[in-house]
Design a protein around this ligand. Structure first.
Ligand code: ADP
Ligand code: MG
Ligand code: MG
Length: 209
């Protein structure tokens, strides 16, 4: 279980991760997109880190909401609402909770996935972040049903997210900019799926320590 204070700490670590991974994520996006995914995520992460750090004595819900809202307003484009809704849905799942367990994370990520699919229209196999979010949600829900604790649940989720990223390599894109490349996108992993897997990895690493 994570307290509100720990959620604040975790979100700052997530922001730092996007800042650290800026070059790597932009390079991936440069191959089959327009090369700005790392820059975009780092911009949103810097703003979100400030907002989350400034918020004192917030609830778990407040911290996720602040993070998500700041992503929506600073990422802009399609990525703002897509990525932002993941954190906003987790915030909704935390309503009235003093502590966050696997239950809130699995419900939040599941509703986040549904939002991303509804807003962006992508399905599994379209070579987008959905290819990493979907298996992650399945792993989290299964672990939650089995009564696993947070760290064990996220350990399995990391594996699922990474397998999801690898599943994008042989695909032709049907959404996002890479779809214009047709078969030239084959052999390259999707940047958004990769950044999502780093999010799950960061949560697991925080839980493990
Ligand atoms: P942009 O494509 O506007 O430059 P980014 O580079 O920040 O935005 O993000 C690109 C990533 O967004 C892609 O790698 C893909 O994972 C994700 N993406 C793009 N379009 C969609 C969509 N319709 N639904 C879900 N994810 C998408
Ligand atoms: Mg891009
Ligand atoms: Mg762009």
């Amino acid at each position: 279980m994570l307290s509100a204070k720990e959620i604040q700490e975790l979100l700052i670590k997530i922001a730092d991760m996007y800042i650290d991974k800026q070059d790597e994520l932009s390079k991936l996006d440069a191959v089959i997109g327009d090369g700005d995914h790392g820059v975009t995520m780092a911009r949103g992460a810097k703003a979100a880190k400030i907002k989350v750090s400034e918020l004192e004595n917030g609830t778990c819900r407040d911290y996720f909401k602040t993070f998500g809202r700041t992503l929506v307003s600073t990422l802009g484009g399609a990525m703002g609402p897509l990525y932002g809704s993941i954190f906003l849905e987790i915030s909704k799942a935390c309503k009235g909770k003093e502590e966050v367990s696997l239950n809130e994370f699995s419900e939040g990520f599941n509703n986040g996935l549904l939002k991303v699919m509804e807003l962006g229209g992508a399905k599994v196999g379209d070579k987008t972040m959905v290819d990493s979010i979907h298996p992650t949600v399945e792993a989290l829900m299964k672990s939650n049903e089995e009564g696993k604790d947070l760290a064990d649940g996220f350990e399995l989720a990391v594996k699922a997210a990474e397998e999801g990223v690898n599943s994008t390599i042989p695909l032709i894109a049907r959404r996002g900019r890479s779809r214009y490349l047709q078969e030239k996108a084959i052999g390259h992993q999707d940047a958004g799926a990769t950044s999502f897997s780093y999010l799950i990895k960061t949560i697991y690493e925080y839980l493990k320590d």
